[in-house]
Ligand binder design. Structure first.
Ligand SMILES: Cc1cc2nc3c(=O)[nH]c(=O)nc-3n(C[C@H](O)[C@H](O)[C@H](O)COP(=O)(O)OP(=O)(O)OC[C@H]3O[C@@H](n4cnc5c(N)ncnc54)[C@H](O)[C@@H]3O)c2cc1C
Length: 413
């Protein structure tokens, strides 16, 4: 079977592919998207299970993202905020670290929490002030090193790095050695300082759904993996499609398989366990972190139904617990995690009901501090996706928008 000729073929309906399509559509450039799975969103999907909204892995939308904020209708997402700050589990207790710039009343509690030293807390304030002033473009052009080296260079104590940064940024980068690029650290720190961590009221999938709703439904072909590219033709298992331009908007591994010049990324993995409880284990919508690096499986925990009540049916709370690394072969994982939660929150945690475990082996492409050499593509092939910048919603949207601009310029010229 031969599809009618389409100007632009986009492979992948994750955020990068959808963003590219939305931009092309608004420039009246015809396109078709071919998506391997049964829905749009790629790594940003949400399942409805017994009245709970289960995001496929814990993630948040940072409302200071510039490129994403330009493309998305944030008001329509009804973003709900986490409280700025974190609860840190250390020495058998939860300690509150509040963002005192937005919650000045928490100054004393944060200053006296046994997480880092007073000098560390002053450094946090100094770093915040300097990153608020620093343009994002300068962050990405700055000299690069690992986040761990960078934190030491900034003068943070080892206890602050271990008790706070490894938990907090470990949860963001999905690796607690903090080998991720210091540029990613500075960018994320700036985003957290400038805005809030949020969840769309009806789950993370509302983000890709919003983009897909702006596109003609017949332009998106689900359950249609592209198996190869041959010149200006892309092949599915049983058809071929000719294109003037081809956009590879898959994750880095699939991009490498379709077009070997793309470097195969390394990946950070995570597992996310969901539990239902009659009562939430915390009293506010704040992320809870492990401050004790050496013991235990849990990296972070939160109660999404505290942030948006739509995440759980009435009378229930949804608890999301994230672990770093690959735990696919761990058969007793849910029981062990629950046992650890009993240490943190007491016997009520033993009553939690396990809803689901999401193992995400290829969660985030590693963005190390070494510079990657860009791949060189023929004129009609364009690569986008988070692996081309860094593992984030912002990067996926930015990369898809950038490719759409390149194509528009080429077609108009
Ligand atoms: C657990 C987890 C936590 C995260 N936390 C955050 C966070 O808090 N904040 C944040 O900003 N970001 C976070 N991220 C990162 C963010 O979700 C991703 O960077 C972003 O969604 C990547 O989008 P993408 O379009 O580049 O790739 P993908 O989402 O991977 O989309 C690629 C699409 O291509 C499709 N595809 C693959 N091969 C083919 C083929 N051969 N033919 C057709 N289609 C194909 C796939 O099915 C997929 O739909 C997190 C990610 C995970 C997994």
């Amino acid at each position: 079977m031969k599809h009618p000729e389409s100007k632009v073929v986009i492979i992948g309906a994750g955020l990068a592919g959808l963003s590219c399509a939305v931009r092309l559509h608004s420039s009246n450039i015809p396109f078709e998207i071919f998506e391997a799975s049964d829905g749009v969103g790629g790594r940003v999907r949400t399942d409805q299970v017994d009245g709970f909204l289960l995001d496929r892995g814990f993630q948040v939308y940072l409302d200071a993202y510039e490129n994403a904020g330009e493309l998305l209708d944030l008001d329509a997402l009804h973003l709900k905020r986490f409280e700025p700050g974190a609860l840190v589990w250390k020495n058998g207790k939860l300690h509150k670290l509040i963002d005192v710039f937005r919650r000045p009343a928490g100054l004393w509690q944060s200053a006296t929490a046994p997480i880092g030293r007073i000098s560390d807390k002053l450094r946090v304030a100094k770093l915040r002030a300097s990153l608020l002033k620093k343009p994002v473009s300068e962050i990405w052009e700055a000299a690069d090193q690992t986040t761990e080296q960078h934190l030491r260079q900034l003068g943070f104590s080892e206890t602050m790095i271990d008790d706070f940064f490894r938990g907090f940024y470990g949860g963001i980068f999905l690796e607690e050695e903090l080998q991720t690029s210091s540029r990613c650290f500075e960018f994320t720190y700036k985003m957290f300082s400038q805005g809030y961590a949020t969840l769309p009221e009806n789950g993370m999938q509302a983000i890709p759904d919003q983009l897909a709703q702006r596109l003609p439904s017949e332009s998106i072909h689900l359950n249609t993996p592209i198996v190869s590219i041959d010149g200006n033709t892309v092949h599915t298992a049983d058809s071929e499609i000719s294109a003037s331009q081809i956009v590879i908007a898959t994750d880095g591994k699939a991009a490498h398989q379709l077009f070997p010049q793309v470097q195969q990324p390394k990946w950070n993995s995570t597992s996310c366990l969901y539990f239902s409880a009659s009562d939430p284990p915390t009293t506010e919508p704040m992320i809870v972190l492990k401050g004790d690096r050496k013991n235990g499986l849990i990296n972070n925990l939160c109660v999404p139904s505290f942030v948006s009540e739509n995440y759980a049916p009435p009378g229930k709370s949804l608890i999301s617990i994230s672990l770093l690394g690959d735990h696919r072969s761990h058969s007793e994982l849910a029981d062990e995690v629950k046992k650890e939660a009993v240490d943190w929150f007491g016997p009520a945690a033993s009553e939690w009901t396990h809803l689901r475990t999401e193992h995400i082996h290829r969660a985030l492409p590693v963005t190390g501090s070494e510079t990657q050499s860009p791949s060189s593509e023929p004129d009609h092939i364009h690569i986008c996706g988070d692996h081309t910048i860094n593992g984030s919603i912002e990067a996926a949207i930015q990369s898809g928008s950038k490719v759409a601009k390149q194509i528009s310029e080429k077609i108009v010229a």
